[in-house]
Design a protein around this ligand. Structure first.
Ligand code: 8X3
Length: 252
């Protein structure tokens, strides 16, 4: 695949899985995350393993100014982004809506909604000029229906669905495509952050299940990106076989 793929939140989980998959298929990668150290180590791995061409863009996706400066700074040969994977996202806490911490929710809302929107706003005009491009948003099963302790997170992922659908409408008369990938149970650092660093509670989320991995979701992202250009995978809800809804999971 001779394409430039820009992935936010690329240093771990689903983002890292996507980087590995696209690298293995010959794509060039622009990788964003906050930690320069993690990104450097990851670039080394991708170069060694796949001979990948990687450009690093370390910045906090919530910092709109930093995002704009970083994109401006891209060398000419890296400017023509073909695929934007809006992956950066998180949740902190499992509090009831009437009890949670508004500062933590600011971080969740800013990252999951406003940063995704800002990256889209920064990258899509160039795609339009070039007459090609694909925006792949990482939504969630959480966006389909709210579940206990998930109020704000579920709201942000419902927003990702609305932003994806709205963008698809706004781009309908262009060659650009928009995809919303909605994972269910995927074992990554996601739950550790959700439980504010409590590894045991995080492990319990996946106990007795066969959860998906970031690499599994990366397969679906790559599939959406590699179907013929006249074909648009609008949405994909992807969960382990032992899961039926956001709340119904069989544990053995
Ligand atoms: C993460 C999946 O099941 O925690 O988006 O909502 S879940």
């Amino acid at each position: 695949m001779d394409k430039i793929v820009f992935i936010t939140g690329a240093s771990s989980g689903i983002g890292a899985g996507c980087a590995r998959k696209f690298a293995s298929q010959g794509a060039r990668l622009i990788l964003n995350a906050r930690s320069v150290d993690k990104l450097n180590a990851f670039r080394e791995e991708l170069e060694k393993q796949y001979g990948a061409k990687v450009h690093l863009l370390p910045f906090d996706v919530r910092d709109r100014k930093a995002a704009s400066v970083a994109l401006e700074s891209l060398p000419e040969e890296w400017k023509s982004i073909d695929i934007l994977v809006n992956n950066a996202g998180l949740v902190i806490g499992v509090d009831k809506e009437q009890e949670g911490n508004l500062d933590e929710w600011d971080i969740v809302i800013d990252t999951n909604i406003k940063s995704l929107l800002a990256m889209t706003r920064l990258v899509v005009p160039g795609m339009l000029e070039r007459g090609r491009g694909h925006i792949i948003n990482i939504g969630s099963i959480a966006g389909d229906a709210a579940y206990p302790g998930g109020s704000v997170y579920c709201a942000t992922k419902a927003a990702v669905k609305a932003l994806s659908d709205g963008l698809r409408i706004d781009l309908v008369d262009t060659p650009l495509r928009v995809t919303n990938i909605k994972p269910g149970l995927v074992e990554t650092n996601f739950s550790v952050v959700r439980f504010r660093g409590d590894k045991e509670k995080a492990d319990n989320v996946y106990k007795g299940t066969r959860p998906l991995t970031g690499d599994d979701i990366a397969e679906t992202v790559y599939f959406a990106a590699s179907v013929p250009e006249y074909m648009q995978i609008a949405e994909m809800l992807v969960m382990p076989t032992c899961q039926a809804t956001g709340t119904i999971v069989s544990r053995k």
